[in-house]
Structures are given as C-alpha cells and as structure tokens.
Design a protein around this ligand. Structure first.
Ligand code: NAG
Length: 513
C-alpha cells in the first residue's frame, strides 16, 4: 500500500468509528437505580444490590456505552442487623441497598456514596480511589429515601423523598445541617437525582415506572422549583420491557447530554438504557428523539472498549473480581483461593434451605440469554452436603451434587416478609460414575422479557458432553423482589460442617451452548 492510501484507509477507519452506533440496553445486566457522573473523560455508574454483598457496585466507562465493574461502595452490609449475615435465623431479602447515590467531590478529591437502609438510617461511605477501599464516613439517623447527592463547591445537598421532595444540606463532616421540603407533587414521584447545570438546579424524578419529570430552579438549591415532564413513557426498543425511567444525566467533555436510565426487563431485572437529550433556551430538557432509547444512536464519544463480559474465571488472582457478589454478607473464614486457581467453598451453614445458606456466590445473568458453566471438584464433600449452581431469586431452582448423585431441586420460594416458604422439591436425580471427582454443571437462562423465561440445567463428567437434567424451570417475572435472577454457586451442609468444594472455573457465554 502506498503512503497516501494508508492515510486514506486510516481516515476511513476514523469516520467509521465516529459513525459507530450503540443500541440499548448498553449492558444487559441487572444494574438498577443508576447514578452516573463524569470525572475528566471517565464516567462512573453506581447501582442497587439489596441484600447482596458487597453492595452498590461501581462501573466505569470511557464512552457511556461500554461499562466494566471496578468495585463496590459498600464493602460489607454493616447495618446493625445480623439478618444481613443470615445469622440468628434471620434473612434480609429485599432490604439493604437501593436507590442510593455516588458522586465525586472536587473540593476534597474524594468519591462519596450515600444511601438509606431499612427506611431509618442513611449511611455514607467514601474512597479516594473508587476501585480501591471504601470506608464508612458516618450515618444520619433519618432516611433520605431514594436520594441524589449534589456537591456544589463546598456545599453538600441531598435531594430525596416520595411525592414530597426535600433537599437536605449536610455539614462538611456529613452530618445533617438542615432539611427543607422543596416540592409537593399531585402525582407519585421519587428517585431524585440532583444536578447543577449552567447555574440552575435540577432534581430529576420518576413517576414509577414510566415517566420522568424534572424540577428546575433558577434561584437556588432550595427552590422555588418548577415542575415539567422530561420524557413520557419512552419506548425502550426491547420487546416486552418497561419504559426507561429513574435515571441520571451526564455530559460529555464536548457538552453533549445523555440520560442513563433503566428498563424493567424481568426476569432478568433492570438494565441500563442510554439516550441523548438537549436543553431548550429556558433550560428544560427533552430527549433528542422521542424514541431516542429505541433507535441506534451514534456513540457519545469515540468508543473505548472494556474487558469482555464473557469468558472463563479461574479464580486465580487471589481475590474475587468486582462482578461477583455474595448472597448476604459472607462468612470470610469459609472461603479461600486454592494455590494455582480455584475458589474453595467450605460449607458455612447447616441447613436444608438454600435461602438460608451462607456464602452463595452470585453473578448477574447476561442478557438476552446466556450460559454459565462451573467446574466443581467434589472430592471433599460429605454425604450430606449439597453444592451446585442455582437459578437464584425468590422463586428458585438448582442443579447440585448430593451424596455422589446429581440432583435437580425446584420450586424453592420465599413468601411473606421474604422468609423461606419452601426449600423446594427434588424433581429428579442421576447417578455419576464411581469415584467422580470433577463435575461440570451448566445453566442456560433466557431472561428476555418476551423470551421463554426458561432455565435449562445440564451436567457433564468430562466438561465436553453435557446431559440435560430434569425439565426447564420457568422463571417468575414479578418485580417485587426487585433484583433479577442470578447464577448462584453454593455449598451447604445438611448435617455437620467440614466438607468443601473447589469451584475450579466459572464460564459465561452468550446464548445456549
Ligand atoms: C411469582 O412470585 C410471586 C411472589 O413474588 C408470587 O406471588 C407468584 O405466585 C409467583 N408466580 C408464579 C407463577 O409462581
């Protein structure tokens, strides 16, 4: 190729990149209650995790479309209730972390997270490096329900509330200085996100779970605020899903604005959807195209690729990647990393109830449908231990090993107050060859809202040929549990502790295998 044609080819690549488009969801994982902001050319995104631990995952992106997990704001659900440890016979399902806020404070070059827990206490955490160690700053003895934090110079504001929207002002040590009701709506609104844009104050709020409104004040953070529709039940472009709502807004370094919201897409949960928007001369926002979520939009900036969501984790780095979360706080004395790779799960609970077993390690299901395969070394299990791979939510099923056979347990359910209603029933079992030490368990899950909603379980003793076990399990699509279905890797003891398994690998692939 001659030099000039190399240049021509390079500029063709450049314009192809500039014209590259994205579609929603930008990441088909359950990551609801988004708070997003930009620091330099990096975007950060925080989400809800309810009773999974660590809580409040942080994702980072260089282009608002390609996101990767980098850490968690709440290292442990340290909320003065042993239910978060699955201790004392208690469980904390549907409690914990929801509709919280993470922002960067230039004033002290620190990242902060704030969230109300159990409708009574608001906790604050901070970190100098969002991918590093987060620590508790303090707590406020009141609930900032569905809160959104704004750092305005030295001032700290938190918008919160349902229908009656308030703005709290905090002192420099994050204690409450004052709180003022700034708006009372005739329709239900919540999910506040507070921003200062061009010297105007905004509180973006949702009318669950369809419309997005905005409160705008040209005077100051405490109002007076005017109230207008931002987007009316926008289409998501995903068949069978809800409307993108309860999002947060962010600009690019060039001054283009984007709204990152989430769509209800059960059984998978709530996934992020991005659309460009503009401000009119009065400072009122509206989507650039009314169907802006449902169409292919140009990338906000030049695409910045991230680590693939799919592939094999061999647990060889000596710590869990930030995409992993335990069901409730783990007993850290009951897991470790094997030399040369593999996660050792010692039994951590004596129970027959997966919902009450400590140390179930969970991973979000990748949509539209994906397959998880784990390799388990079962040689150190006792005859009354159960270990395996579950399709985990308030209505669950699992494939597991018990007493040397592979079993399919289904119809585990949580009932009133999210306590265990049923530990499920054994649908079927299959024997394994004598002296089997390694088993592969596989689960294909279709979480498309308009899909089959089925989970199909299979197993293998060589990692190559898999055999389906039992009939497909149909996932429940009600939203009350809020968190979507997850892959859950577990090991519990029906009788005595002491047994263990090694999770040698976890492989995630798109589609069926
Ligand atoms: C789905 O789960 C809800 C509880 O969240 C329950 O009331 C309902 O009966 C379940 N539906 C089916 C089909 O099992």
């Amino acid at each position: 190729m001659r030099y000039s044609s190399v240049l021509a080819a390079l500029s063709a690549v450049g314009s192809a990149l500039a014209q590259q488009t994205y579609t929603n969801p930008v990441l088909w994982y359950d990551l609801a209650d988004i708070d997003v902001f930009r620091k330099g050319n990096q975007y950060y995104y925080s989400a809800s995790t309810m009773s999974f631990s660590p809580g409040a995952p942080i994702l980072r992106s260089g282009d608002l479309v390609n996101w990767e997990f980098i850490g968690h704001s709440v290292p442990r659900l340290d909320f003065k209730d042993t239910a978060y440890d699955l201790a004392d016979g208690k469980q904390a399902y549907v409690r914990g972390i929801w509709a919280s806020s993470m922002q960067y404070r230039e004033y002290d070059n620190t990242f902060y997270w704030i969230g109300c827990v159990d409708f009574k206490t608001t906790y604050i955490y901070k970190a100098s490096d969002p991918a590093g160690t987060w620590s508790k700053v303090g707590e406020i003895g009141t609930c900032y329900y569905d809160c959104g934090m704004l750092f305005d110079g030295q001032n700290i504001y938190v918008a919160y509330g349902n229908t009656k929207i308030s703005v709290a002002q905090l002192n420099n040590d994050f204690t409450q200085k004052s709180t003022t009701q700034v708006y009372s709506s005739s329709i239900t609104i919540e999910g506040s996100h507070m921003k200062k844009i061009n010297n105007r104050y905004y509180i973006f709020v949702t009318q669950p779970a369809s419309n997005e409104y905005v409160l705008k004040s040209n005077s100051g953070p405490l109002g007076p605020y005017e109230f207008k529709i931002f987007t009316k039940a926008p289409a998501s472009g995903i068949q069978g899903s809800g409307n993108p709502h309860q999002g947060s807004v962010v600009d690019t370094p060039d001054g283009d604005w984007y709204y990152l919201s989430f769509i209800d897409a059960y059984p998978g949960g709530r996934s992020p959807a991005l659309a460009p928007f503009v401000f009119d001369s009065q400072g009122w926002p509206s989507l650039k195209a009314t169907n802006g979520f449902a169409i292919a939009n140009p990338y906000p900036v030049t695409p910045v690729p991230v680590k693939s969501t799919t592939g094999t984790d061999t647990f060889s780095s000596g710590k869990l990647g930030p995409q992993w979360e335990w069901n409730h706080n783990p007993d850290t004395s009951k897991f470790s990393f094997a030399a040369g790779g593999g996660l050792v799960l010692k039994t951590a609970s004596v129970t027959k109830d997966l919902y009450h077993a400590k140390n179930t390690l969970t991973h979000r299901i990748l949509g539209p449908d994906s397959t998880a395969t784990i390799q388990l070394d079962i040689s150190q299990m006792t005859s009354t231990d159960q270990a395996g791979l579950s399709l985990f939510r308030d209505n669950s099923a699992y494939i597991g090993i018990r007493n040397g056979v592979v079993i399919l347990q289904r119809d585990l359910t949580l009932g009133a107050n999210w306590n265990t209603l049923s530990t499920g029933r054994l649908e079927t079992s299959a024997s394994l060859p004598a002296k089997t030490t390694n088993v592969w368990l596989r689960l294909h899950a279709d979480i498309k809202p308009a899909g089959t909603h089925q989970g199909v379980f299979s197993y293998s003793t060589d990692g190559k040929s898999f055999k389906q076990l039992g009939t497909p399990y149909t996932m429940n699509t009600t939203y009350y549990f809020f968190i979507g279905y997850r892959f859950g890797i577990f090991n519990f003891a029906e009788q005595g502790l002491g047994g263990s398994v090694v999770v040698k690998s976890f492989d995630l692939a798109l589609g069926a295998k």
